[in-house]
Design a protein around this ligand. Structure first.
Ligand SMILES: *Cc1c(COP(=O)(O)O)cnc(C)c1O
Length: 425
């Protein structure tokens, strides 16, 4: 790989580098097991003294190639692929915090992440407190406690579409000696690379644009490298790990201690790694990621402008619109496009919105976003159903909100479909 390659080239070429006479295309290694000639080779693998594969629960060549490609796209040093975006969110935090610790997150998160953070992490003894994505530096600093281990946010919030001021959050996190984790699912590295603005870890639900074809559930955690672990907050990184004969992650693996620890402790112990077939499909999806994100973004902007001028529409939220409160931040963080998701409300509220949703022909009602096909969803009664009214408001979800995931079909066909459906309301 050439480090100077542009993102379009990396998406096609990185991750898998075939040798002389090897298959040109990344093969699916559908094998749990790897053969060795002598016992010492395997012992060295178990001791993390050499790289290689011995059991697919820990690592697999197809998954490994996908991880390398994603790390290259984000500009990180290493990546660990997991079974779902939810596992990525959970493990990104669990690799930093233990029972009794605390995490600060912005409130405008994906509904599943809100549930995970408020309910499941609490059962693990980790407390999460929420702050506004618009919090200023002083408010962020005030939320950080002596036992806080991470700051967590989404680059482009699902579905509030609030653009994170990554630099402000990264600076506040670093001033307190904690890392910033950014869920970059919606922009993908083709539209925004949070490491360039100071984030320390990036997570994705690869189920969304990364796979892009609605075929494989998955997640990934990517490490930027270079975080200062030796500040007293992270004893697990700088003290010997009894599970590995007293290995010290920052000393044995200075380039990517977080990723090695994540794999050695969490992926090994709970088996949440990505399956080879899903890595194979996701890798195939990524080859066209740059092209797709261009089309998703241009279609979404065109549909947003069309809806904004439609007499039956009461409001439209898309950061690419000049009327959006997020437009200035979008110009800075998403100059190549604002991705493919927009939200709008129909005059007449929730009931009229339901008629529109039911009248769409090309756009289907799906509990999904970010694949090639246009789809719609009503967050308040679907993805965010478990949230209280207060949590809905904090997540930026109004009762009449319709979320559109704009596909890569011809924009005239998409607009015509929304026009005929709106005219029935
Ligand atoms: C969908 C989604 C998740 C959860 O991912 P799964 O792959 O469904 O587990 C997390 N974050 C964001 C922003 C998402 O859109």
């Amino acid at each position: 790989m050439d480090k100077n390659w542009q993102i379009e080239t990396k998406a096609v070429q990185c991750g898998y580098e075939p040798g002389n006479g090897d298959p040109r295309v990344l093969p699916l290694y559908q094998s749990t097991t790897y053969k060795y000639d002598d016992a010492q080779s395997v012992a060295d693998l178990f001791d993390l003294k050499r790289e290689g594969f011995f059991y697919t629960r820990l690592a697999n060549p197809t998954v490994d190639a996908f991880e390398r490609k994603m790390a290259a796209l984000e500009g990180g040093v290493a990546a660990v692929a997991v079974g779902a975006g939810q596992a990525a969110s959970m493990l990104s935090v669990m690799n930093l915090a233990v029972s009794g610790d605390h995490v600060v997150a912005v409130s405008s998160l994906y509904g599943g992440t809100v549930s995970l953070f408020t309910n499941t992490l609490k059962k693990c003894g980790i407390e999460v407190s929420f702050i506004s994505p618009e919090a200023d530096s002083a408010a962020i600093a005030a939320a950080i406690r002596p036992n806080t281990k991470a700051l967590f946010a989404e680059t482009l919030a699902n579905p509030a579409l609030i653009v994170l001021d990554i630099e402000r959050f990264a600076e506040a996190a670093h001033a307190a000696g904690i890392p910033l984790i950014v869920d970059n699912t919606f922009p993908t590295p083709c539209l925004c690379r949070p490491f360039e603005f100071g984030a320390d870890f990036v997570t994705h639900s690869t189920t969304k644009y990364t796979d892009g074809h609605a075929q494989a559930v998955g997640g990934i955690i990517i490490e930027k490298g270079g975080f200062d672990w030796n500040n007293g907050r992270f004893p697990e990184f700088v003290n010997p790990d009894p599970a590995y004969h007293g290995l010290v992650y920052t000393e044995a693996f200075p380039a990517a201690p977080y990723s090695v620890k994540l794999r050695a402790q969490w992926i090994r112990d709970i088996g949440a790694g990505m399956a080879p077939f899903n890595a194979y499909l996701s890798n195939l999806g990524v080859e066209t990621l740059a092209l797709r994100m261009e089309r998703h973004s241009s279609n979404a902007l065109a549909l947003a402008e069309f809806l904004e001028n439609h007499p039956k529409v009461s409001w439209v939220n898309y950061p690419g619109l000049k009327s959006s409160s997020q437009h200035e931040l979008a110009k800075k963080y998403l100059p190549r496009g604002c991705s493919g998701v927009l939200c709008f409300g129909v005059k007449g509220g929730k009931a009229a919105g339901e008629i529109v949703m039911n009248s769409l022909k090309l756009a289907a009602i799906v509990v999904h976003v970010a694949d090639t096909r246009t789809g719609v969803l009503h967050p308040a009664s679907m993805t965010h159903r478990q949230l209280t009214d207060a949590e809905l408001e904090a997540a930026g979800v109004s009762p009449d909100m319709i979320r559109v995931s704009v596909g890569i079909e011809n924009i005239d066909d998409i607009k015509a479909d929304f026009d005929q459906a709106l005219n029935r309301a």
